[in-house]
Write a protein that binds this ligand. Structure first.
Ligand code: ZN
Length: 147
């Protein structure tokens, strides 16, 4: 699922919960649940090299949309923890993919079972329109919950 979506759907946790750790963990768990809905994504294997520029646009536009929704609150701890937790599974997994097997991977080897679990949760489609419906609905729900 796009970082744009994960960022926006993590915002309600900062609105409704108080403890930063609980906000982080809740957003993290909800990330995994959201990945189990049929979704379209940026597929690195459709590109010759890892598509850093597209990922950067995805992340930046998510933060910008969050800023438009909650303005001055974006840089407060509850929202920072929510956005961090809501994106953490993909951030660590992307680091894992980028470093490829070799000498640095051993530092993340302890998390390999989690990466397998995260991979198996994915319900993906290569069809953008079909795969954006669930993300659009989740975003609308999140906006409804925070405004
Ligand atoms: Zn994910």
């Amino acid at each position: 699922m796009l970082s744009f979506t994960h960022t926006l759907i993590s915002l309600p946790f900062a609105v409704y919960l108080n403890n930063p750790l609980i906000i982080f963990v809740s957003a993290f768990i909800f990330h995994l649940l959201a990945d189990s809905f049929l979704h379209w994504n940026i597929f690195p294997d459709e590109h010759k090299r890892f598509p850093f520029h597209i990922v950067a646009i995805d992340i930046t536009s998510g933060l910008l949309a969050a800023w438009l929704l909650i303005t001055g609150q974006l840089f407060t701890w509850p929202f920072i923890f929510a956005i961090a937790g809501g994106n953490a599974p993909d951030v660590i997994q992307t680091i894992w993919i980028i470093i490829k097997p070799g000498k640095y991977r051993k530092y993340l080897a302890w998390a390999a079972p989690f990466f397998n679990f995260h991979d198996r949760l994915q319900v993906e489609t290569r069809h953008p329109a079909k795969g954006l419906i669930s993300q659009f609905i989740l975003i609308l729900l999140a906006i409804y919950l925070i405004v």
